[in-house]
Design a protein. Structure first.
Length: 215
């Protein structure tokens, strides 16, 4: 329903019957509702839609993580999720067409910020359904602290499932053993880590730890 902002004799904004009013260049413009195109979509349009759907579906499973990880990397009136989508849409899809687009796991970012990233990071699988992490104590002065909290993201493409951990261990611990679902054993997983300040207001870029077969 259109809103008659300037009275019954003035223009309106929004839909009103077969017309729509909008504010353009300082003037109220009224025109007919746009009609959907009857032309079939072109190959580039189909490819763009496929890429869009692939990334939106993938990221939607971890939107709480993205609200933390991209909290400082979005424009005014843009959500953290949208900022994460824009970055990964541009950088983390590989393939040449809708038929073979896939996620480029090493290029994915779940967190983006100026805080110090994990240093000298390593991962091992020594126990069933578990990932063992170690990292170094180094961080940049004024861009990190021993109290920073680790954030882990593990993706299992076979199960199409994420496992995440936030705030379970601090930077100064230098190690963490992360339990995974027992059903992950034998599957390949893709693993990421970043740090979040104790206040929750500052984040580091996420680091792609690598892929591994879960024991």
């Amino acid at each position: 329903m259109g809103r008659a902002i300037w009275g019954t004799s003035g223009g309106f904004q929004g839909k009103n019957g077969a017309n729509v009013g909008r504010w353009v260049g300082g003037q109220n413009v009224v025109g007919p509702l746009p009609h959907p195109s009857l032309k079939p979509p072109s190959v580039p349009q189909l490819n763009q839609r496929a890429k869009f759907g692939l990334m939106v579906t993938f990221l939607s499973w971890i939107s709480p993580i993205l609200r933390i990880g991209f909290q400082n990397d979005h424009k005014e009136k843009q959500s953290a999720f949208n900022a994460a989508f824009v970055y990964n849409f541009r950088n983390a899809i590989t393939g040449t067409s809708a038929a073979n687009y896939t996620i480029d796991y090493p290029e994915l970012l779940f967190s983006r910020g100026r805080w110090s990233k994990p240093d000298d990071l390593a991962m091992a699988t020594t126990e069933d359904a578990q990932l063992d992490f170690t990292w170094g104590p180094y961080f940049l002065k004024d861009y990190g602290a021993a109290t920073d909290e680790a954030m882990f993201v593990v993706y299992n493409p076979t199960k199409e499932a994420f496992v995440t951990n936030v705030g379970v261990v601090v930077r100064s611990a230098l190690s963490f053993d992360m339990a995974l679902p027992s059903g992950f054993s034998g599957d390949t997983v893709y693993v990421y880590m970043s740090f979040v300040s104790a206040s929750g207001r500052m984040v580091s870029d996420s680091v792609y730890v690598g892929s591994t077969v879960v024991q």
